[in-house]
Design a binder for this molecule. Structure first.
Ligand SMILES: Cc1cc2nc3c(=O)[nH]c(=O)nc-3n(C[C@H](O)[C@H](O)[C@H](O)COP(=O)(O)OP(=O)(O)OC[C@H]3O[C@@H](n4cnc5c(N)ncnc54)[C@H](O)[C@@H]3O)c2cc1C
Length: 470
């Protein structure tokens, strides 16, 4: 029996090691904490939660709740640990972090087919292997992965802007147009390594226009026009809003292209009007005039259901993001599918560099899992560890790799990692915007989500039965 090397004993790596061992494979799990720390972890326990103690909602009408329900069907160890360590937090699955990691640590280290070694892995191991070293992957390994993929860089400051559900954007106010009516251009692979989200015609001259979801003949962007008083009120709110203070290890200077929007605004009241919110080349069809300022939204997915507020990477606290960005005309009722954030992150440009089952393109048995693949969050990272283990086990038996169907939240996440525009690829969390629309969607949002959940769980059960996972 060949040994499988799993690198990284975080959420994804612990889940994957356990799942592989349960499928009869001998696993060596390499975890560097114990001999070398990370800037965020505090202990040498496996599956340590680096920050908050919640896996978010358990409700099926919440995207994170649905993802968890799918993972429970697949038998997630991490979720069992979370259930064991659950503390009262309403419908959220919050945990006692020590009890949680102790549970997972115990199950993994006690497994007869798993050996845990404490060492920093500095190069991509021989296949079969699974790399799940997370957002704080050590430099030496990151460099080895970078070289193996043949890309320019891996380390990003992960500066992400909020994403808004299309149906919550008031399109009687927000108008579709590209600056100067320019047609959209396909993104070139060479630009796929660009870090932060530059907007249309912004200072990062190499930033391509989005190839995603242009409405034919009407421009690829949704433009929210502001008059002068609206702009002034917005700037006041933005600069005064409450923000997260940096973790000590995150206090490195911002890359210029990753400057939080509130920081740009603080540098000068007009700076956004000459930067990401500049109005030139745009006319509001309602007035025929150039607005005072324009907030542009760019489609994140090919179906045009998720829209990124361009240039609005932010450190504002979540309620403040809701309050301030809903002041933008057209976004008064914005539904946030993902909130903005800025933190140090190392992740791969999965759509540009990996296979659909998240392996190297030249070796299907060198897989990646966890936050390193471009998913965001505890649950999402764990879920990719689970699927990676299923696939490595299949490959070792001579079967083809598989991913869950796109009607499931997990499958939709994988589709995003496969199909997203590499030029604008940013980490993604579970959200309903990833799923295809229902054939006959009800108007009621809650009902609609119930139907999504029903469809997802049914699809997951069928898929599991087809592949002997039930
Ligand atoms: C500061 C910070 C705060 C965050 N807060 C949250 C939050 O509140 N909620 C949330 O959902 N998500 C949060 N995230 C994202 C979070 O990191 C992921 O959701 C999750 O921990 C990722 O799981 P993972 O298994 O991919 O990586 P991790 O859990 O980080 O595990 C990776 C493991 O690999 C090990 N490792 C790294 N390099 C090597 C190497 N070369 N050799 C051997 N071992 C190595 C590390 O020590 C670590 O144990 C945060 C991330 C950061 C950086």
């Amino acid at each position: 029996m060949s040994e499988i090397h799993v690198v990284g004993g975080g959420l994804a790596g612990s889940e994957a090691a356990f799942q592989l061992a349960e499928r009869g494979h001998r696993v060596v799990l390499h975890e560097m904490r114990g001999v070398r720390g990370t800037p965020a972890h505090q202990t040498d326990r496996l599956a340590e939660l680096v920050c908050s103690n919640t896996f978010k909602s358990t409700e099926l009408t919440n995207a994170h709740g649905l993802l968890k329900a799918e993972m429970r069907l697949l038998g997630s160890l991490v979720l069992r640990g979370a259930d064991e360590a659950r503390v009262a937090a309403g419908s959220a699955l919050a945990v006692d972090r020590d009890l949680f990691s102790a549970f997972v640590h115990e199950r993994v280290t006690a497994h007869p087919l798993i050996t845990v070694t404490r060492e920093e892995v500095t190069a991509v191991p021989a296949s079969p292997c699974l790399i799940a070293t997370g957002p704080l992957t050590s430099d030496a390994l990151a460099e080895s992965v970078r070289a193996r993929l043949g890309v320019q860089s891996l380390a990003f400051y992960d500066a992400i802007a909020p994403i808004i559900a299309v149906e919550s954007i008031d399109q009687s106010v927000a108008f579709r147009a590209a600056r100067w009516d320019k047609e959209t251009m396909p993104a070139s692979g060479a630009e796929a390594e660009a870090g932060c989200g530059a907007g249309e015609g912004e200072s990062r001259a190499s930033a391509p226009h989005s190839a995603s979801s242009p409405a034919p003949g009407s421009g690829a962007y949704l433009n929210c026009p502001m008059d002068k008083p609206q702009f002034e009120v917005f700037i006041d709110a933005l600069t005064a809003a409450d923000q997260f203070t940096a973790h000590e290890f995150d206090s490195a200077p911002y890359f210029e292209g990753c400057m939080p929007v509130e920081e740009i605004a603080r540098r000068g009241r007009e700076s956004l009007r000459f930067g990401p919110m500049k109005p030139i080349g745009l006319r509001d069809p309602r007035t025929g005039k150039r607005p005072w300022a324009v907030v542009q939204l760019r489609a994140e997915d090919r179906a045009g259901r998720m829209w990124n507020i361009v240039g609005c990477q932010t450190r504002l606290r979540i309620p403040e993001q809701q309050r301030v960005f809903r002041m933008i005309p057209g976004l008064e009722n914005a539904e946030f599918l993902r909130f903005g954030s800025i933190h140090r992150n190392t992740y791969l440009n999965a759509p540009g560099a990996l296979t659909p089952h998240l392996s190297l393109r030249d070796d299907p048995m060198v897989l990646f899992a966890g936050q390193l693949t471009g998913v965001e969050g505890y649950t999402e990272s764990t879920a990719t560890g689970l699927v990676a283990a299923i696939n490595l086990s299949r490959l070792l038996r001579g079967d083809e790799p598989i991913v869950p169907p796109v009607d499931t939240m997990l499958g939709a996440l994988y589709r995003h990692l496969r199909d997203a525009d590499p030029a604008h690829f940013q980490p993604m969390n579970a959200n309903f915007g990833l799923l295809d629309e229902l054939a006959d969607p009800p108007r009621d949002k809650h009902k609609k989500r119930e139907l999504y959940a029903e469809r997802s769980l049914a699809a997951m059960r069928v898929w599991m039965a087809e592949h002997g996972l039930a």
